[in-house]
Design a protein around this ligand. Structure first.
Ligand code: NDP
Length: 398
């Protein structure tokens, strides 16, 4: 009998709550807490079993620690924003509660995400006998587990890794982001970094592009190289990887809007004075863009996210591609969400399930690829994100 506290009632929070509620034998009690309680209540109203909802400010460590001490959950599933990672980790340590998230810490005033801040908690969590599982979404998350799975079963040594995230969905808006607009725009407008021969190489944003044809008729898309956080942990934990890149698909329409918004200063994170008040342009932009949680009923098409790895097995060159395809409308029918939140929320539920059941439970701070991929891969198949491996696929990635 295990109680979990989910923090964050956005697009991803909605899916995690739905998926945890579907498994009462694992998650016997669920508390959904967020800054705006009405959003928690709206999610709770969609479920066919009662859960508790609460208002909490996850930036405030004493308040959150007191809340966790009163609730006494087994763990926190953090699906608030990356800015809250460290305060929630601090509160978990104070309250003696395990921790899990889907995105690595990012300081509010610097658009830069790195694991160093969270890795620095290793000793604290280990000494407290608590576990922190980092990045249990899809990318990072399932992509780390995909890589670990290929590394375990298909390769003696992995040499190149290309993570390819295609969203073949259309929500009908001229411009909207599929998850939190502020986090999304900070991510895609950042300089690109990829791993090459033992170091990260920096290139201008969106400067490398190629076409990728997804399997199962999802289509052919323009994919652009960008930095993504799992490159940091995967190249650390698999030192045989010589080159690691992350690609995401963007439509010409999305990129034209983004360039225009950048050119007029709307994506800036520097506060400006407006009518005697300080506002941050990207936060204002977020307020006028469609809420990602509202895209669910409008989005059609499929996502295709996978990892393409080359390397050697038994002295011979090997290539393999592991991927999941998910239909936006199927996700909406199941949990009232589009596939981006769904593909994040399901691995978040599975990561928590691994911890609750003790399958993945060891004190310290861990990235997904440091744990046995097999039980997680089995659960992806069972809980809505089936995957497939293609050996020697008919494409290569430059
Ligand atoms: P949303 O903006 O839709 O939701 C964030 C939620 O967190 C909101 O309910 C918000 O409250 C709440 N929140 C923000 N600040 C606080 C605070 N100080 N205290 C309590 N609650 C707070 O984001 P998403 O659901 O799209 O994304 C959630 C997380 O998932 C993000 O960290 C994102 O980076 C990550 N993500 C990971 C992916 C992966 O594959 N690994 C993919 C997509 C997202 P309010 O409603 O009041 O604003």
């Amino acid at each position: 009998m295990t109680k979990v506290v989910i923090i964050g009632a956005g697009g991803v929070g909605g899916v995690v709550t739905h998926k945890c509620a579907q498994l009462p034998e694992v998650f016997s009690e669920i508390v959904l807490a967020s800054r705006t309680k009405s959003k928690c209540d709206a999610i709770a109203a969609q479920l066919d079993r009662p859960i508790k909802t609460a208002q909490v400010d996850a930036d405030n460590v004493p308040e959150l620690a007191a809340f966790l001490k009163a609730e006494k959950p087994f763990m926190v599933i953090n699906v608030a924003l990356p800015y809250q990672d460290l305060t929630i980790m601090d509160a978990c340590l104070e309250a003696g509660v395990h921790y899990m998230d889907t995105a690595n810490y990012e300081p509010l005033d610097t658009a830069k995400f790195e694991y160093k801040w969270q890795w620095a908690y290793q000793e604290k969590f280990e000494k407290a006998g608590l576990m922190a599982l980092l990045g249990s979404g899809f990318d990072p998350g399932a992509t780390n587990v995909f890589t670990a799975y290929l590394g375990k079963h298909y390769f003696d040594e992995m040499h190149t890794l290309d993570i390819i995230d295609v969203n073949g969905g259309d929500h009908g808006y001229p411009f909207a982001t599929n998850f939190n607009p502020e986090i999304n725009i900070r991510e895609v407008s950042a300089e690109c970094r990829h791993w090459e021969n033992g170091e990260f190489v920096t290139t201008p944003p969106m400067s490398k592009q190629q076409q990728f044809t997804c399997p199962e008729g999802v289509g052919t898309y323009d994919i652009y190289r960008m930095y993504h956080e799992e490159l940091e942990s995967l190249t650390k934990h698999y030192p045989s990887i010589r080159r690691a890149q992350f690609f995401m698909s963007f439509s010409e329409k999305y990129l034209t809007h983004l360039r225009c918004l950048e050119n007029v200063g709307m994506t800036s994170i520097e506060p400006i004075d407006f009518n005697g008040q300080q506002i941050v342009p990207i936060q204002f932009l977020r307020a006028v863009l469609p809420d990602p949680a509202s895209l669910g009923p409008r989005t059609k098409g499929r996502t295709c996210i996978g990892c393409y790895v080359t390397g050697v097995k038994d002295g011979k060159p090997v290539r393999a591609y592991v991927y999941n395809i998910k239909d936006h409308e199927d996700c909406y029918a199941e949990v009232k969400s589009q596939a981006i939140s769904y593909t994040t929320g399901v691995p978040a539920m599975i990561g928590a399930k691994m911890m609750v059941e003790g399958t993945w439970m060891k004190p310290g701070v861990w990235n997904m690829e440091q744990l046995d991929p097999d039980p997680f891969m089995a659960d992806l198949n069972q809980y809505g994100l089936p995957w497939n491996v293609i050996e020697s696929p008919d494409f290569d990635v430059e």
